[in-house]
Design a protein around this ligand. Structure first.
Ligand code: RIB
Length: 296
């Protein structure tokens, strides 16, 4: 059983500031870094560092081609990471404030130029029971979802960043939703202040065949499945330095543990531990811990 993650690859330009820039304001940053990132590639690396067999599929530009080697060095299978000669690679401009909170501007670039032929070529490798991992940063998410499901794959969908376009996706194909509070509220069409239990109740009524996992930052996470009802997981308290990729780390660890045969509660606990470590470190992909660190 393998995991195919068809997802974004970004280079992150990270600026450290006292606070996130307000409209009309100009601020000097104390530090600037160029880091590997992208929700897709972060999740592939989290899956791999958690011990899973993961293939990444996606598109880079020549300017971001170094990301392919980086993922390969991590042990991710990159045979389906293509490099466009015409389009700039995806990138993100990330502001990180003194409390480690961030704000992100995305440029999709090559992530938004994936062809139907590439989708078909990647999905030819799908086998019954394989998992497909998707986020919302590439242009072919809906097509991949349909093709993956038709090939007998199980679908894990992290609808991030959330937008109304998500409602046009064939969401009945999804076996596992992983969402933060904003994404859960968006998908449930409720205000973000809505209690997590109410969000989960709405989502479970809409998608009764899916597992629904909602991460709640310092309040931990909740998971609903038809078989178990609601399971709660605490967060591990840490001093946050940079929350970028915390959700990606959670997704990778949760799915890796689940596919290894861990119980839902154990998978949640490992995901919670891993994301707690990730927020104590700067960067996106670079902040993701290795399995040995969690065991230690
Ligand atoms: O989830 C964090 C990621 O979101 C960053 O690495 C950035 O590239 C954006 O995709």
């Amino acid at each position: 059983m393998k995991i195919i993650n068809f997802g974004s690859l970004n280079v992150d330009y990270v600026y450290r500031l006292d606070h996130i820039v307000k409209p009309g304001e100009t601020l000097a940053s104390s530090e600037m870094q160029v880091n590997p990132g992208g929700k897709g590639s972060n999740q592939s690396v989290a899956l791999k560092r958690a011990g899973a067999d993961v293939w990444h599929a996606g598109m880079l530009g020549e300017d971001t081609a170094w990301m392919r080697e980086r993922l390969e060095r991590e042990g991710v299978d990159v045979r389906h990471v293509l490099i466009s000669k015409e389009i700039h690679g995806g990138h993100a401009i990330i502001q990180v404030d003194a409390n480690g909170q961030n704000s992100i501007v995305l440029f999709g670039g090559a992530n938004q130029a994936i062809s139907a032929a590439q989708v078909e070529h990647v999905l030819m490798n799908a086998e019954q029971g394989d998992w497909l991992v998707l986020q919302n940063e590439i242009n072919v998410t809906a097509d991949v979802m349909v093709a993956g499901k038709a090939a007998g794959m199980k679908v894990c969908f992290n609808p991030a960043p959330f937008d109304e376009g998500v409602f046009n996706y064939p969401l009945d194909c999804v076996d596992l939703f992983i969402l933060n509070e904003h994404e859960a509220a968006g998908l449930a069409r409720k205000p973000v202040e809505t209690a997590p239990e109410e969000l989960v109740a709405t989502l479970s009524a809409a998608y009764p065949n899916a597992m629904i996992c909602v991460t709640l930052g310092e309040a931990g996470s909740v998971l609903w499945t038809a078989a178990t009802g609601l399971i709660r997981q605490k967060a591990y308290p840490v001093q946050a330095v940079d929350t970028t990729a915390a959700g990606d780390t959670f997704t990778g660890y949760f799915l890796a543990e689940l596919t290894r045969g861990a119980s839902l509660a154990a998978a949640l606990d490992m995901a919670s531990r891993a994301s707690a470590i990730a927020v104590t470190r700067p960067g996106a992909l670079d902040s993701i811990p290795y399995l040995q660190e969690l065991k230690a």
